[in-house]
Design a binder for this molecule. Structure first.
Ligand SMILES: Cc1cc2nc3c(=O)[nH]c(=O)nc-3n(C[C@H](O)[C@H](O)[C@H](O)COP(=O)(O)O)c2cc1C
Ligand code: SF4
Ligand code: SF4
Length: 300
């Protein structure tokens, strides 16, 4: 059985989960290819018996670049795919929305898997509510999922009746949130970033790691957030903190957002679906990640 796993990952959690799923699949079928969203060749997809697509959750949904990828896929009628994601406190309906996008291409979705993971956003406190995830137990769950989905796919291909465990039912609160956080909305409410040319050392880190080619540091003036999917990766990785923004507005709403995130995690913990690996009372809203990085850079 020829299997491929495609992933998009910025801080590495989805990649690590993808590697575990790959190992699980390979235990059943001997081999499994792994590639990034950037490197995948759409024309090769029809050659695979089973394809996995994984990404982080951004704004209660798959990131915009992953949504564009799914929308741009050719028809792949009756091909078997599975979807997976890593996320912080609120996965929302991400896996269902991904499955719906794939089904529009005729794809048959044969598996769903999600993993809690740490999260880093410049205007949010760090450590965060899900810091410590995924742990070894969750990596083992990802390997087990790989074995299960490969076995199921083989049975389906052999004409056996092999029911696919259902993804969770859609929750209207998260559907509404996912719809609210459109690119247009984000462009209106999120801070504008700028590149401080006095600090920039033209290392190209930001430009090379922007998932949508939205940065050109050599342009005059430097181009940033054009286009942008509001992933904040550039601001997080710039070694000189030369990418600046006025974060105060979004920092001020963090306590209110986190109260809801915590509630959702407490509900998940009560259902046995989440384990606290940090003390939720220890969050320091006065010390968001961007301030911590400023101190680190000053101390270099
Ligand atoms: C811009 C942005 C938006 C995010 N939105 C959500 C969200 O809506 N729900 C959630 O549970 N986690 C959210 N997260 C957390 C990520 O899903 C989580 O950190 C993920 O594991 C990162 O995956 P990666 O390491 O593969 O990049 C967000 C992270 C970023 C950077
Ligand atoms: S990462 Fe920072 S220093 Fe490097 S090119 Fe981008 S803005 Fe300049
Ligand atoms: S410009 Fe920065 S925030 Fe926007 S998509 Fe690129 S890396 Fe992400």
């Amino acid at each position: 059985m020829k299997t491929l796993i495609i992933y998009f990952s910025q801080t590495g959690f989805t990649r690590k989960v993808a590697e575990q799923i790959r190992d699980g699949v390979a235990e059943v079928s001997g081999h499994c290819d792994l590639t990034t969203l950037t490197d995948v060749k759409p024309e090769s997809l029809a050659d695979y018996d089973l394809v996995g697509l994984g990404c982080p959750v951004f704004y209660y949904n798959a990131p915009f670049n992953v949504r564009d990828f799914m929308q741009g896929l050719p028809e792949l009628v009756d091909k078997q795919w599975f979807v997976f994601c890593s996320h912080g406190s609120v996965m929302g309906n991400t896996l269902i929305l991904m499955a719906e996008a794939l089904m529009k291409k005729g794809i048959r979705v044969v598996g769903y898997h999600d993993t809690y993971a740490d999260g880093t956003i410049p205007f949010y406190p760090y450590p965060t509510l899900t810091t410590g995830h995924p742990d070894e137990r969750e990596y083992e769950e990802a390997r087990a999922f790989g074995r299960e989905v490969a076995e199921r796919s083989r049975r389906i291909a052999g004409g056996e009746d092999s029911p696919v465990p259902e993804a969770e039912e859609k929750n209207p609160e998260w559907t509404q949130q996912a719809e609210t956080f459109s690119l247009d909305f984000l462009s209106q409410v999120m801070p504008r970033m700028r590149i401080n040319e006095e600090k920039c050392i033209q290392c190209q880190e930001c430009a090379e790691n922007c998932p949508v080619g939205g940065i050109d540091v050599e342009a005059d003036p430097p181009r940033i957030q054009d286009p942008c999917i509001y992933c904040w990766n550039c601001a997080k990785i710039c070694p000189e903190l030369a990418i600046e923004a006025d974060w105060d507005g979004v920092v001020s709403i963090a306590p209110q957002n986190y109260a809801r995130y915590r509630e959702v995690l407490e509900e998940a913990a009560a259902r046995g679906e989440f384990r606290w690996l940090m003390d939720p009372d220890s969050l320091d809203f006065e010390d968001p990640l961007y301030k911590q990085r400023k101190r680190q850079i000053k101390g270099k």
